[in-house]
Ligand binder design. Structure first.
Ligand code: GRF
Length: 220
């Protein structure tokens, strides 16, 4: 394991259960990561409570000083300043629910990855569980992919799969996929932190090695 932890900034909008998994792994020393900051676009996100409880520097970028809800452009301006100041090795979007501009994505000074609740390239966007059920798919899961300007379309790095049951509802699938996410996120960060997954090479299109991406896991 590398002696220098992977410095991570996390962007969140919601409950932050995946952030909590990262915090727990960092605190337990089971992953060589340091969460150096959390940015939320919502002041009411429970993820903010999780971050502050863990004494992680947290920036809530939801309202301007004059009390107006921030536009995405204003959010991105402040978020970029904050990310540059923290200088992370990696930005993780963990339940971050706004679409980021190409300008922002290109300006972020390190690789950025996103967690998505489907087996990409299937079911980009929202309501993935209901759409999987409507299509009658036998398999579902979650993916971690590189963030590029096209929504949910960057190179898929890792995936965790499950078999859809006849009794599954959108709610049960959401719960089952979330359990997979809680295993896929630390697994992916471990691959990146240990250099097994070299994101600079992936970004440059030189994946190399024997294992074609994505790494597929059956974690159910
Ligand atoms: C996850 O389902 C993730 O796939 C999606 O948002 C959800 C975040 O959950 N992008 P949490 O905030 O980590 O609990």
């Amino acid at each position: 394991m590398s002696s220098t932890p992977l410095k991570i900034a996390v962007l969140v909008s919601g409950s932050g259960s995946n952030l909590q998994v990262m915090i727990d792994a960092m605190q337990a020393g089971t992953l060589p990561i340091q969460i150096i900051g959390v940015i939320s676009n919502r002041e009411d996100a429970y993820a903010v409570t999780r971050a502050t409880t863990a004494n992680i520097p947290t920036a809530v970028l939801s309202y301007t000083a004059s009390g107006k809800r921030m536009s995405i452009a204003t959010f991105e301006k402040h978020a970029l300043e904050q990310i540059r100041a923290w200088s992370p090795d990696l930005v993780v979007l963990a339940g971050f629910m706004r679409v980021l501009s190409a300008e922002f994505i290109h300006a972020v000074p390190c690789a950025m990855i996103n967690l998505h609740p489907s087996l990409l390239p299937d079911y980009k966007g929202l309501d993935t569980h209901a759409r999987v059920l409507r299509s009658g798919d036998r398999y579902h899961g979650c993916s971690v992919h590189l963030v590029t300007p096209e929504l949910d379309a960057g190179q898929v790095l890792t995936q965790a799969w499950l078999a859809v049951n006849a009794s599954d509802t959108a709610a049960s699938l959401a719960g089952r996929v979330q359990k997979l996410e809680h295993q896929l996120v630390p697994h992916t960060l471990s691959l990146i932190a240990k250099g097994v997954l070299n994101l600079e090479q992936v970004q440059a299109g030189q994946v190399g090695g024997f294992v074609p991406l994505p790494y597929r896991l059956w974690l159910d």
